[in-house]
Design a binder for this molecule. Structure first.
Ligand code: NAD
Length: 555
């Protein structure tokens, strides 16, 4: 029986032991598709997050995907092109059940304007990273990443401690909504600006945001008091970041850390210019998208100029992967790229060892299954401080949304060990149902994005998309249950290519083989991608873990 969903009553949360499909692999993927909508931002329009990231092309496509997953045999493969099912193919019982290519536009044509035209004609849909591949698990999907960034900054600048520190950011959407909780978990006082009161209320309702201030004066007073008392606090403020950031600069207040997670990547469907109300923006999207793009760019220029002013005044300022610097640079902010990208500034040493955002979802819908796996992680990796610290915090702070799920940054070998141990618990009946594993597309071998994941790679290989394509092909050969190749849509068109993977641990021996091959090869390629680019951490990891990497510098 599905569980009721108070946020989106028409999208109940799948759960229980009853299968509608012919096996748990198919049922698991069906539940993940249902789940991305039940925890998504605008499920009536199939939008999961990031303004336009969709689970399926349209409702007809969605209905056909559900019908296919419900009726297909284990030795068939369903092909999906930009959110639309194309057909079923006879393969074999160890082949992927679903293979997807979402939003891949040929190079010279991969521009936002072309994407919008193709979308209007119903020919394409953007899958975001985890929307189209049915892997989104709500705001918690990026929460550890955001927390780890804050903690790396704490180590670099603030003696390892963010208590008594002020973080300023914006965006309380599908992903940005993780910021207030991650900031509080890191011990800071965090102010998050969002133009949409509904988004702020939603984050408060689900326990990610503590307070909503009625105005900027009150918000700053609340933050000031928390900073003085070294008390963790998250405060939301309804306003436009392009107004609020410059106003804070004018007042001479310098936060300790500044970033932004509005949907700045999309000038039409994402960012809201300071010159417009939300209602006006909705109308302009249809009536005059070119004007909206120009006004969004003008506001982003002011927004980023304020971020640069904070940086000059001594704040730690970074881009959190929303293309805001790129848009500002196009608008004429010459020094926009003085702001570093989070991957290069804080997380690259982890990615070089293929340590990245790994996640698991209890397909039974039972939170106790996740709690049992939490215990298992603590038993299995006692020396891994990042993970043990995180599991403790996540248990205390992170509420479950939709299918109970957990994310933890694990690396090569660790992911496979955990997944096999979980599969054994499924088999023994200690868990109440199968568990699905996936990871963010933003992972070591899985993404080429020269303004986010691969900015300033040591060997200059930032824009080479061979790696995610190889990753997807390798995952297909390694028997993953779902494999997806995504490229950017909306404002991300032409900026990125990535690969996604999902596996279902259904307690069978066949699942042992799939989990073992796919997870080991996925992170193995991740290590090799960084080793190839010249990162010492990756070369060391390849040596220590005995990877069959060809080091041509020694040939
Ligand atoms: P979303 O569309 O769900 O939410 C965006 C939010 O920004 C909305 O709540 C909107 O009201 C608000 N907003 C827009 N313009 C604003 C303005 N001028 N001032 C204040 N608020 C404004 O998007 P999301 O899923 O939260 O993602 C946000 C961005 O982060 C996207 O660009 C996305 O691609 C990027 N992202 C980065 C990572 C990462 O790993 N760092 C991960 C996921 C998403």
């Amino acid at each position: 029986m599905p569980k009721p969903n108070s946020r989106h009553p028409n999208f109940p949360i799948p759960s229980g032991p009853v299968l509608r499909a012919k096996g748990w692999r198919q049922e698991g993927l069906l539940r993940l598709l249902e789940n991305v909508l039940s925890v998504g931002e605008d499920p009536d329009n199939l939008v999961v997050y990031a303004a336009l990231g969709k689970a399926a092309r349209n409702w007809a496509a969605h209905r056909q995907i559900v019908a296919a997953l419900t009726t297909m045999d284990e030795d068939q493969t369903l092909l999906i092109q930009s959110g639309k099912p194309i057909g079923l193919f006879k393969t074999h019982a160890q082949a992927p059940l679903v293979i997807m290519a979402n939003c891949n536009i040929v190079g010279q044509w991969a521009k936002a304007e072309v994407f919008y035209e193709l979308e209007k004609k119903g020919l394409i849909a953007w899958g975001g990273l985890t929307a189209g591949a049915w892997q989104y698990i709500g705001s918690q999907g990026v929460i550890q990443g955001t927390y780890e960034i804050f903690m790396r900054i704490a180590e670099k600048r603030f003696g390892g401690d963010l208590r008594g520190r002020f973080i300023l950011t914006a965006g309380l959407g599908g992903m940005g909504g993780s910021q207030p909780l991650a900031g509080r978990m890191a011990g800071a006082a965090i102010l998050v600006v969002d133009i949409d009161p509904e988004r702020a209320r939603r984050r408060k309702d689900i326990g990610y945001l503590e307070e909503i201030a009625p105005d900027l004066d009150t918000a700053l007073a609340m933050i000031d008091a928390a900073v003085k008392e070294k008390r963790p606090l998250s405060v939301g403020l309804v306003g436009n970041a392009a107004d609020v950031y410059p106003e804070i600069v004018r007042r001479g207040i310098v936060p300790d850390i500044v970033t932004d997670q509005t949907s700045a990547h999309d000038l039409v469907y994402g960012y809201v210019p300071r010159t417009r109300t939300l209602a006006e923006v909705h109308d302009l999207r249809i009536a005059n998208p070119a004007l909206l793009m120009a006004e969004s760019t003008a506001s982003i220029v002011e927004h980023v100029n304020a971020m640069l002013a904070f940086q000059r005044a001594g704040a730690e300022v970074f881009d959190n992967g929303n293309l805001i610097r790129t848009q500002a640079k196009k608008g004429g902010v010459e020094h926009a790229f003085d702001i570093p990208i989070f991957t290069e500034a804080y997380l690259r040493p982890l990615f070089a060892r293929a340590i990245g955002p790994f996640r698991w979802m209890a397909l039974s819908g039972e939170p106790d299954d996740i709690r049992r796996i939490d215990d298992l992680v603590l038993e299995m990796f006692p020396g891994n401080n990042i993970v043990t610290n995180w599991i403790g915090l996540a248990r205390q702070y992170v509420p479950f949304e939709g299918l109970p799920a957990r994310i933890a940054w694990l690396g090569h070998g660790e992911r496979t060990q955990l997944a096999l141990a979980v599969n054994a618990l499924v088999k023994s009946g200690e868990l109440s149902g199968p568990v699905a594993f996936s990871r963010d597309h933003l992972d070591a071998g899985a993404m080429a994005h020269p303004n986010i994941m691969t900015e300033n790679m040591k060997d200059g290989s930032d824009a080479i998309a061979d790696w995610p394509l190889l990753d997807a092909m390798l995952l297909t050969a390694s028997m993953a249950d779902l494999v997806a190749i995504h490229s950017g849509g909306g404002g991300y068109a032409g900026y990125m290519t990535s690969a996604g993977v999902t596996l279902v641990a259904d307690g069978t021996e066949a699942a042992d083989a799939r989990l073992s091959h796919a997870l080991t090869n996925d992170t193995g390629l991740g290590v090799m991608r960084y080793a190839d680019a010249g990162y010492d951490e990756a070369r060391d990891e390849a040596r220590q873990k005995g990877l069959a990497w060809f080091d041509l510098s020694k040939a």
